[in-house]
Design a protein around this ligand. Structure first.
Ligand code: KG4
Length: 360
């Protein structure tokens, strides 16, 4: 025992040197929509994750692209500096810059991409272009100090539900993802946000509906459910039926929304969750894969999370719910994706432009 201690002490500087040489430090940048974020990941372990939101959109009931890119320009330098500071590292320890290349708002993406190029040039390190959707899925692989690490095992299914996407993805490895079902019109987050808007609730409506639904009856109102074949989703019919319900009821009672707000939220939320879980259940049956994860902004929803818990105990699914801080847009998920790409030397060149639309 004593000898081993002496041995390791003797060689400690050498071990630390090897560790330093072998370790991979990635700086991630996310700017696809209205959150400016930067994170540092070293060897898969999260050292910092800084997110600056943009309150400027609240007055407009949705994200205004031009205002979003201007806010990113203001935020990007302080956010990246803060991520480096909080990680307790020197910028010269960064091995590569991972940035969200798309999909997202072009003006917003341009800010993150251009900044990544400038910083990579200044530090003389390679760049890693990251698909935002792939990053949402890989958020499950972020390790945090002093937290249990229990990532999904491949292959697994991931329900990716955000403001722009509703997809069921079969994930075979970090870079092999197949979309087996997706929305043919609106995304689930969009349904939350647009229905919230017609009720006069602030943007983003998803979290507000989630909160109000807690005091409502999910069976108070019956809303239309789609009949789409296969594993695809549709939310536009639900949105229209919600709109018609309000229009008809408001004719008789101008205070209908105010009087029934919580019941409306609970009914809408439970319908969205039932639609999501119905197709996910079919996907599990079809693929035989019972390892099931959820990702994206809507995965923060308490009813979505409760439904996952329920299906896990009822059908024996091994479920994976992301930490709340990794559900909405963040750079930690970009950095972890970059970390895997770095190990495969999957770098990109300076000529890469952002893309507003792209598949997984
Ligand atoms: O992933 P995300 O931050 O951005 C992208 O769309 O990429 O997702 C934002 C979406 C918004 O539609 C927001 O209303 C929704 O996630 N969301 C929620 C909740 N938190 C965020 N929807 C329902 N319940 C929530 N608790």
């Amino acid at each position: 025992m004593h000898i081993i201690a002496a041995y390791s002490m003797q060689y400690e500087p050498f071990h630390r040197l090897i560790e330093y040489i072998m370790s991979i430090t990635i700086l991630g940048i996310e700017s696809s929509c209205d959150d400016t974020s930067s994170a540092i990941i070293r060897d898969g372990l999260l050292l910092s994750n800084v997110i600056a939101g943009q309150a400027v959109h609240e007055a407009y009931g949705g994200v205004v692209p031009e205002l979003a890119s201007r806010a990113h320009q203001q935020n990007i330098v302080p956010v990246v500096s803060e991520a480096i500071r909080r990680a307790g590292i020197d910028k010269r320890e960064i091995d590569a810059i991972a940035f969200t290349r798309g999909p997202g708002l072009m003006g917003s993406l341009l800010v993150g991409t251009s900044f990544a190029k400038g910083l990579a040039t200044a530090l003389n390190v390679p760049m890693l272009d990251v698909n935002h959707l792939q990053a949402h899925v890989l958020a499950h692989f972020i390790r945090q100090p002093d937290s249990e690490y229990n990532p999904p095992r491949y292959p697994f299914l991931c329900l990716l539900v955000s403001g722009g996407n509703s997809q069921i993805i079969k994930v075979s490895s970090y870079n092999k993802m197949e979309v087996i079902g997706q929305t043919i019109d609106d995304a689930a987050g969009e349904a939350f946000d647009k229905c919230a808007k017609v009720m006069g609730l602030p943007y983003p409506g998803g979290p507000v509906i989630d909160r109000l639904a807690k005091d409502g009856n999910p069976r108070a109102f019956t809303l239309s459910r789609p009949h789409i074949p296969g594993l695809d989703y549709s939310f536009s019919g639900l949105k229209t039926s919600f709109l018609y319900l309000l229009r008809d009821q408001l004719k008789n009672d101008a205070d209908f929304i105010e009087k029934n707000k919580c019941d409306l939220c609970a009914s809408l939320q439970s319908t969205i969750v039932a639609i999501l879980m119905d197709k996910l259940y079919k996907a599990v049956k079809q693929t035989g894969i019972k390892e099931v994860a959820v990702a994206g902004g809507v995965s923060a929803n308490s009813a979505v999370r409760a439904a996952f818990e329920e299906y896990a105990s009822k059908y024996g699914w091994a479920i994976h719910l992301p930490r709340l801080s990794f559900t909405t847009d963040n750079a930690a998920m970009v950095a972890i994706t970059g970390y895997y790409k770095y190990q495969d030397k999957d770098f990109c060149d300076m000529g890469k432009a952002p893309f507003a639309r792209v598949e997984l």
